[in-house]
Ligand binder design. Structure first.
Ligand SMILES: Cc1ncc(COP(=O)(O)O)c(C=O)c1O
Length: 397
């Protein structure tokens, strides 16, 4: 997820614009900022690029999720269906909203499956929060159809899939709201940042207010603004937004390079026996940040990540065994280990998250390896990587 690989004069110029004015705050100081509105400009360009009516920048993807949940009216006691393969932030944001994460199975898209979703529904289900993992899409049209049929809110965590699309429509734009992350290892980065996108003006207004202490942002006298709701501070700074703006303008170039590099590796690996690739409901819409593939079983997957690292093929992840992205190793969620009592613990029948068992998801994650795709590989480095990958995997298969 390599936005940082191509920092250059464009980012420097945007940051210098801000430094030259001394205005690091995204609101007000109209005269002093000499026409530079980095957060606002980023939002306008992001909304246009994603084909939605509104975008609101936040301090992180996690802040964007918290903001989107609040803006969509998800709170105490609501059930939100989530996948077990994601980053902890998705689950944290649901718990911090006072809602209960209900885990449902993934499929070979590595994302929440429509079947898993159906099986996890209860009368208390309020929202569905699929996560478009590792740069590509869930079966989002089917998930959306289920949500529409059941009257459920659809919210997309597209933090890892900026620029990916399904049938030409941006991931993040299918539901009531979608969230992106621009943290240091994302497709485009601004150090720390995130965004909520939506087509719904009321959701946008609530998100904008929630992320800034409830301010209504009417007029240009901040002290005179009314508070629409109780909010928080999830604001992005102008400095971060400046970097993000330059990166957004490079997004299509980034995607093109990632797709080319991934296609070369995938084509070479296609001849390997007993390896299958992640299912992509729309290959053309893949942002290509990772090449994810399935080894025959857990043992061979464990062997392969070790051997690939030893052969110098860096950035290969076996999520089943690491603490980052899969429920299996998240003992803190399983035990609801929090700094303070959580709202869900006050629910009359607070479920035992430790008892959650998803063998179908386990069976997929045991075999999954995701290989990072970088921008900066020279043709020779790419060739050497392909050669080392093939040699290593052939020895195991
Ligand atoms: C799927 C997913 N959701 C949410 C986040 C949170 O984003 P941030 O790090 O910007 O808070 C991440 C970050 O890795 C992520 O991968």
């Amino acid at each position: 997820m390599p936005g940082f690989e191509i920092f250059g004069d464009e980012e420097r110029q945007q940051v210098n614009d801000v430094m030259d004015t001394g205005v690091l705050f995204r609101y007000g100081f109209d005269a002093a900022r000499k026409g530079h509105w980095k957060a606002k400009t980023f939002e306008t360009e992001l909304a246009r690029r994603m084909g939605v009516g509104y975008a609101h920048l936040c301090a992180s993807g996690t802040a964007a999720l918290a903001t989107a949940l609040a803006a969509c009216g998800i709170g105490a006691g609501d059930e939100v269906i989530v996948p077990p393969f994601t980053f902890v932030a998705t689950i944290e944001s649901v718990l911090m909203a006072g809602a209960l994460p209900v885990f449902a199975d993934i499929d070979e898209t590595l994302c929440l499956s429509p079947e898993g979703l159906e099986a996890a529904l209860t009368p208390a289900t309020k929202a569905v929060l699929p996560v478009h993992m590792c740069g590509a899409m869930a079966r989002i049209d089917e998930i959306k159809a289920t949500c529409d049929r059941k009257g459920l809110l659809l919210l997309e965590d597209a933090c890892q899939s900026v620029g990916a699309a399904y049938q030409g429509k941006a991931l993040g734009s299918f539901g009531k709201a979608g969230c992106f992350s621009f943290d240091p290892v994302k497709t485009i980065t601004c150090g720390e940042g995130g965004a909520v996108i939506t087509d719904d003006k009321a959701v946008y207004t609530a998100a904008h207010a929630f992320a800034d202490h409830g301010h209504d942002h009417i007029g240009n006298d901040r002290g005179a603004e009314a508070h629409l709701i109780i909010g928080a501070n999830h604001r992005i700074s102008e400095l971060n937004a400046a970097v993000g703006l330059a990166q957004l303008r490079k997004l299509d170039r980034i995607l093109e390079t990632q797709r080319r590099n991934k296609a070369a590796i995938k084509a070479a690996m296609a001849g390997l026996p007993r390896i299958a690739f992640r299912q992509l409901p729309d290959t053309g819409g893949d942002s290509a940040t990772f090449l994810s593939f399935f080894m025959p079983d857990l043992e061979s997957a464990r062997q392969a990540v070790k051997a690939l690292a030893a052969a110098g093929v860096d950035g290969c992840f076996h999520w089943f065994d690491n603490n980052w992205h899969y429920l299996r190793k998240w003992d803190h969620f399983r035990g609801l280990k929090a700094a303070a009592r959580l709202a869900v613990e006050a629910m009359p029948n607070c479920p035992d998250l430790g008892a959650v068992s998803l063998p179908a998801s386990d069976a997929i994650m045991q075999r999954t390896i995701s290989m990072q795709i970088k921008l900066g590989w020279s043709p020779q480095q790419l060739e050497a990587r392909i050669e080392a990958t093939l040699k290593t995997l052939k020895n195991i298969l």
